[in-house]
Write a protein of this length. Structure first.
Length: 282
C-alpha cells in the first residue's frame, strides 16, 4: 500500500478517498480525517472512505503500525447532526446504518497491527469511540473526550459499550455515559483513556515515534495477541488456553520465530527489543 497523495510528476492522479488522507511512511500507515470545517464529523463520504480503507488494511501484511489522527485541530466530533435532522428515515434504515458503521469500526478495533490514535482537540460521541478503538491513545492538552449521546437522547455507539468499561471500569463508564460530561487531557491520562499527553506541535511526531518502534516487531504475532486480548473479557480461562495453544502452534513455525531463535543461539541481539534505546543502531 502506498500514499494516496499524487506525486509531483503525476498531477492527474485521482484521490482514492474523499474525506480522509492515507499515506505510508516507513511501514507506518497514517490516516488523517479531513473534514476540518465540520471538526471531522462522520459524513457519509468519510464513513465510506473508512469502510474502504479498513477493508484494505485488514488484509495488509506490509504495515507495521497505524496512526489515526484528525485535521484542523480536531480529532472527530462524532456523527453529523445535519443528517440526524433529516425527516423520513425508517427504523430499519437507521438500524442498517449502525450495522454499516460497525462494518469498519470493528475492523479498526481488530486490525492485526498496533493502532495509535493521536487526539488533538475534541473526540466527541462516535469520535470518542473511534479513539478507544485504537490500542494506544496519545493526546494534546487541547483534547476533550465526551460520550455526548445523552445530549440528543441516544445511546453510545462505535464500540463504546465494549471499550469504555474495559478501560475505566463499569461504575465510571456509567458515570461518563450517563452524564455526557467532558474529560480533559489530564483526567484522560489519570483514567488511562490516554497513555500520554504531548503538545499539539509534538503530538503527531510522538505518535509516529511510537509507531516506528514496532517496525521490527513480529506484526503477525502481535496481531494474533490483539485478537485474543480483545476477547479475553468474554471467554473463560479454558477457551483462552485453546486460543493460546492454536496461535502458539502457528507461530512456533513462523520465519520470524525461527530466525530469532537462530540469532539467539549465535548470541546476536534480538531484532525487536523494546528495552533497547530507540536510537540504538544495533
Amino acid at each position: 500500500m502506498t500514499s494516496t497523495t499524487p506525486s509531483d510528476g503525476d498531477q492527474t492522479t485521482e484521490p482514492r478517498y474523499r474525506a480522509l488522507r492515507f499515506e505510508v511512511i516507513d511501514r507506518v500507515g497514517v490516516v488523517t480525517l479531513c473534514r476540518p470545517e465540520r471538526r471531522n464529523a462522520l459524513s457519509d463520504e468519510l464513513k465510506a472512505d473508512l469502510t474502504q480503507l479498513m477493508r484494505e488494511l485488514s488484509v495488509d501484511r506490509e504495515l507495521a503500525a497505524l496512526v489515526l489522527t484528525g485535521s484542523g485541530g480536531s480529532f472527530c466530533s462524532g456523527g453529523d447532526l445535519k443528517f440526524l435532522n433529516q425527516p423520513g428515515r425508517s427504523t430499519e434504515q437507521d438500524r442498517r446504518r449502525i450495522h454499516q458503521l460497525h462494518d469498519w469500526a470493528q475492523l479498526l478495533m481488530n486490525l492485526e497491527m498496533p493502532v495509535i490514535a493521536a487526539v488533538d482537540g475534541p473526540a466527541i460521541g462516535a469520535g470518542f469511540g473511534i479513539a478507544l478503538a485504537a490500542d494506544f491513545v496519545l493526546c494534546s492538552p487541547q483534547a476533550i473526550f465526551r460520550a455526548s449521546f445523552g445530549r440528543v437522547g441516544l445511546v453510545p455507539d462505535t464500540g463504546l459499550f465494549f471499550t469504555l468499561p474495559r478501560i475505566v471500569g463499569l461504575q465510571l463508564a456509567k458515570e461518563i455515559i450517563f452524564t455526557g460530561r467532558s474529560i480533559d487531557a489530564d483526567e484522560a491520562r489519570q483514567l488511562r483513556i490516554a497513555m500520554a499527553v504531548h503538545s499539539s506541535e509534538r503530538l503527531l511526531d510522538e505518535a509516529m515515534a511510537l509507531a516506528r518502534r514496532f517496525t521490527d516487531a513480529p506484526t503477525a504475532a502481535i496481531g494474533a495477541s490483539k485478537r485474543i486480548l480483545n476477547q479475553s473479557f468474554n471467554l473463560d480461562a479454558r477457551a483462552l488456553v485453546e486460543m493460546e495453544a492454536a496461535a502458539q502452534a502457528v507461530f512456533f513455525h513462523s520465519t520470524y520465530h525461527q530466525q530469532a531463535v537462530a540469532g539467539f543461539a549465535e548470541k546476536k541481539p534480538f531484532r525487536f527489543d523494546w528495552d533497547r534505546p530507540a536510537t540504538d543502531p544495533r
